[in-house]
Design a protein around this ligand. Structure first.
Ligand code: NAI
Length: 689
C-alpha cells in the first residue's frame, strides 16, 4: 500500500497499481451519513485525488453496517426557505457531478445500507459492485420523507435501468438486495464478500463499457411513451396516497415526464422540485416523524442488556406471533401453552411468516429451528426474557407468575402483554414485585412496529431500561408509558372508534364513516379497524376504560357482540366479509354526508390526547405523537396528533369541541388540559404515576 493521509470522515489510500481507494468513515458515528460537512470533505478529496491522476477510484465504507445510509435528515429541518434548500441541493448535485465527470473509472463498492444520497453517490460512479447477501440493501426511500431524490438520483437512475424499475424503486421507497439490484441493472455485479475488492480492482484495470439499459428499458424513457407511462404511474400512486397529502411521488412523475431526455434540464428541475417539497408541510412533518422514530430507537441504547433466549407463555393470537417474531430476529425462543395441540397453529403461522420474510429455504429452516414448542415450560430456567401472553384474567396471570418466578434466572425480565390490567394488580404475589414490566405488543405483531413499555412507580427503572433494550433487539420501537387504563395508544384510539360506532348507529353508512377518516389521512377507517381488531376486544377495552375514566360504550357495540358479529374473524361485524375482505355498500346517490363526521371522530381522539398529556402518560410530549403514528398509523403527514393540534391552533380546536359538546353532549366535554399544551410540553419528565 502506498501513501495515506487520514482526514476526518474519509481518507484515501493509493496502492501499488495506482488505484485510489477512498474509505468513508464518518467520525463519531457508527453509520455513514452525508451531512453538508461530509459532502464538502468528499468534494475536496475528489479534487485532491484527481490531481494525483490515479488509474481509477474505488469508494468504499469502513463502517460495518454499510456504505452510506443517506443524507443527514436532521439537517433537513434547518432549511429555512426555498432559497436555502435549493442552494443546499444544487451543491449536492455539483459534488456528485464532479464524481461523474472524473477522467478515470470509478467504482462504488457497496455492502450493507446504500440508501438515498448513498445510492445517488454510487449512481454517479461509472460502476457499482454490491455484496451478495440479504443484509445489503439498496434503495431511494426519499418519498417516505415527503421528497424524492435530489442529488441527481432520479436523473441518473431512469436512463440506467429504464423507467419501470427506476420508478418502482423511487415511488415505493422500497429497498432491494445486491442480487435484485444486479437483476435490475442498478449495480454491475453482486459478488460475495471475499471477491469484492478483486472485482473492483479488475474493473479499474480493465474497464468495460458502462452498463446500458435494454432496448425496451430505453424505450420507456422515450418522449412518446412517457405521457402514457406517467398516467399509469399516477394511477398506481393514487391507490396509495392522495396528492394533497403526499405530493412527492406525483412531483417525481411529472419531473421525469417533462425532462427525461434532457439531463441538464432534469437536474435543474429535480433541485427545484425537491426544494419546493422539502420546505412544505408534508415533508417537514414526515421528517419530524422520522426523527421521532430515531428518538425512540435511541431509548434502547441506554442499557447494555442483550437478550438471547426468550420464553413466551400463551401461544394464542399474540403470544404465538410474538414468539415467531423474536425467532425471526435471531433469538432462541421457547413457546409454552397448555398442550402441544394449542401450540401447533402458532408454529404454522410462524412458518408462513418466515417464508414471507426470508423467502429462501435455509434461513426459513434456521428460524424454525430457533422456535421450540415447549408445553412443559422447560425454557423458563434459561430465558433472559419471559413474556406472558395468556388470556386477559388477573387471577390466572398471578397464579402463573407464582409458579414462574422461582424458576427464572436472577436478572431475567418478567413481562406481561396485558392490554388492560394495571401492573399493580398483577404483581401482588411476586417475591420481587419490582421486576414486572409490561411489554404491550400490537396486533398483528409482525406489522405493528410499536411496543408500549408499561411501568409504574414500583417498577425498577433498570427493568424498564432492559425491556426497552430488548424491544430494540427484536427491532421494534419502544414507547415508555405509565400503567394507566388503556396505556397510551388504545386509550386515545378508543374514543375515536366509539364515535364511529355512534355515527353508524345514527344511520351514517359505515363506508362513509371510513371514507371521512381516510380523507383525514388515517390508513384505515375506524369501522373497518374495529372489525379487524375484533368487536369483542373493542368492547372489552371500552368497558375497562369506561370503568376507570367514565364515559359510555354504545349499546350498538354490545348488541353486535351478543349476536356473535365479532368482525372479520367471525365473517361479519359492521361489514360482511368475503374472503377476508369487507363488502362495502355504496351510499345512495342522493346521500350527503354531514359536514362534521371527521371532526366528531378526530376531536374525540384529540381530547384524549390532551388528557394523556395532562396525566403524563408519556415522559415526553413528542413520544405521544410517535406512539400514535407507529401504533395506529395516525396520518404521518400531519406529524402526529399533538403536532396537529399545535398546527391547527389549540383555540380553534377547543372552540370546535365546545360546539360539538353543545350539540352532542358531554362526551365532547373539553379536557381540563386544553389551554395549557405549551405548559405540558415544557414540563420536566416525571416518572411517578
Ligand atoms: P388468546 O386467547 O388468543 O391466547 C391465549 C393463549 O393462552 C391460549 O392459547 C391459551 O391456551 C393460553 N393459556 C391460557 N392460560 C395458560 C396457562 N396458564 N399457561 C399456558 N398457556 C395458557 O389471547 P390473545 O388475544 O393472544 O391475548 C393474550 C394477551 O395479550 C392478553 O393479555 C391480551 O389482553 C393481550 N393482548 C391482546 C391483543 C389482541 O389484539 N388480541 C393485543 C395486545 C395485547
Amino acid at each position: 500500500m502506498g501513501d495515506q493521509e487520514r482526514k476526518p470522515d474519509l481518507y484515501t489510500v493509493i496502492d501499488d497499481d495506482n488505484i485510489a481507494w477512498m474509505h468513508l468513515d464518518r467520525q463519531g458515528s457508527g453509520t455513514n451519513v452525508l451531512s453538508a460537512t461530509v459532502l464538502e470533505r468528499f468534494y475536496d478529496e475528489l479534487l485532491d485525488i484527481t490531481e494525483r491522476s490515479p488509474r481509477g477510484l474505488v469508494i468504499l465504507s469502513d463502517k460495518k453496517n454499510g456504505f452510506v445510509a443517506g443524507a443527514d435528515v436532521g439537517e433537513f429541518t434547518l432549511l429555512g426557505n426555498h432559497y436555502e434548500a435549493l442552494t443546499a441541493i444544487q451543491r449536492g448535485q455539483e459534488v456528485f457531478d464532479r464524481l461523474a465527470a472524473l477522467p478515470f473509472p470509478s467504482v462504488a463498492l457497496i455492502h450493507g445500507f446504500c440508501l438515498g444520497g448513498g445510492l445517488e453517490m454510487a449512481l454517479a460512479c461509472r460502476y457499482r459492485i454490491a455484496r451478495d447477501d440479504p443484509g445489503t440493501r439498496l434503495g431511494l426511500p426519499e418519498v417516505r420523507l415527503g421528497i424524492h431524490p435530489g442529488f441527481g438520483g432520479s436523473v441518473r437512475l431512469t436512463p440506467l435501468v429504464g423507467a419501470l424499475h427506476a420508478m418502482d424503486l423511487m415511488l415505493s421507497g422500497r429497498t432491494v438486495d445486491g442480487r435484485s439490484a444486479k437483476r435490475m441493472g442498478v449495480v454491475d455485479y453482486a459478488v460475495p464478500e471475499r471477491d469484492l475488492k478483486t472485482a473492483a480492482r479488475s474493473l479499474i484495470m480493465d474497464p468495460p463499457f458502462p452498463h446500458q439499459p435494454t432496448k425496451l428499458q430505453a424505450l420507456s424513457n422515450h418522449a412518446l411513451v412517457r405521457p402514457l407511462l406517467a398516467h399509469v404511474f399516477c394511477r398506481q400512486v393514487r391507490k396509495k396516497a392522495r396528492r394533497d397529502h403526499y405530493p412527492a411521488p406525483y412531483a417525481l412523475i411529472e419531473l421525469w415526464k417533462q425532462h427525461a431526455e434532457n439531463e441538464r434540464a432534469m437536474m435543474h428541475a429535480e433541485a427545484e422540485s425537491v426544494a419546493e417539497l422539502i420546505t412544505g408541510p408534508t415533508a417537514q412533518n414526515l421528517i419530524r416523524v422520522f426523527l421521532l422514530q430515531e428518538q425512540l430507537k435511541a431509548l434502547g441504547r441506554q442499557s447494555g442488556f442483550r437478550a438471547r433466549r426468550v420464553h413466551v407463555i400463551g401461544a394464542g393470537v399474540m403470544g404465538g406471533d410474538i414468539a415467531a417474531w423474536c425467532a425471526s430476529r435471531g433469538l432462541q425462543v421457547t413457546l409454552e401453552d397448555q398442550s402441544p395441540e394449542r401450540i401447533a397453529p402458532a408454529m404454522k403461522r410462524a412458518y408462513r411468516l418466515f417464508k414471507r420474510r426470508f423467502k429462501r429455504t435455509r434461513p426459513v429452516q434456521e428460524a424454525m429451528d430457533r422456535l421450540m414448542p415447549d408445553h412443559k415450560g422447560l425454557g423458563v430456567e434459561r430465558a433472559d426474557v419471559v413474556i406472558e401472553a395468556i388470556f386477559e384474567n388477573a387471577d390466572a396471570k398471578r397464579a402463573l407468575y407464582a409458579g414462574l418466578e422461582p424458576r427464572m434466572q436472577e436478572g431475567a425480565l418478567l413481562a406481561t402483554n396485558t392490554s388492560s390490567i394495571p401492573l399493580q394488580e398483577l404483581r401482588s404475589g411476586l417475591a420481587r414485585p419490582e421486576r414486572l414490566v409490561g411489554l404491550h405488543f400490537f396486533n398483528p405483531v409482525a406489522k405493528m412496529q410499536l411496543v408500549e413499555i408499561v411501568r409504574d412507580a414500583e417498577t425498577d427503572p433498570e427493568v424498564v431500561a432492559r425491556a426497552t433494550a430488548f424491544t430494540r433487539t427484536i427491532d421494534r420501537l419502544p414507547l415508555p408509558v405509565t400503567s394507566t387504563p388503556g396505556f397510551l395508544v388504545n386509550r386515545i384510539l378508543l374514543p375515536y372508534l366509539l364515535e364511529a360506532v355512534e355515527l353508524e348507529n345514527e344511520g351514517v353508512p359505515p363506508a362513509e364513516i371510513d371514507r371521512a377518516a381516510v380523507n383525514f389521512g388515517m390508513p384505515m377507517g375506524p369501522i373497518e379497524l374495529a372489525d379487524t381488531v375484533g368487536l369483542d376486544i373493542c368492547l372489552h377495552v371500552g368497558d375497562i376504560l369506561a370503568q376507570h375514566l367514565g364515559g359510555e360504550v354504545p349499546q350498538r357495540l354490545r348488541d353486535l357482540v351478543q349476536q356473535g358479529r365479532l368482525g372479520r374473524k367471525s365473517g361479519e361485524g359492521f361489514y360482511r366479509y368475503k374472503k377476508g375482505k369487507p363488502v362495502k355498500q355504496r351510499a345512495r346517490k342522493d346521500y350527503r354526508p354531514a359536514a362534521d363526521i371527521a371532526d366528531r371522530m378526530v376531536l374525540r381522539m384529540l381530547n384524549e390526547v390532551v388528557a394523556c398529556l395532562r396525566e403524563k402518560v408519556v415522559d415526553d410530549a413528542d413520544h405521544l405523537d410517535a406512539g400514535m403514528v407507529y401504533g395506529t398509523g395516525f396520518a404521518p403527514f400531519r406529524g402526529g396528533p399533538l403536532h396537529y393540534i399545535e398546527t391547527e391552533g389549540e383555540d380553534t380546536l377547543l372552540e370546535r369541541l365546545r360546539d360539538l359538546e353543545s350539540r352532542y353532549g358531554p362526551r365532547f366535554e373539553p379536557d381540563a388540559g386544553w389551554g395549557d399544551i405549551a405548559g405540558f410540553r415544557s414540563n420536566e419528565p416525571d416518572n411517578e404515576t
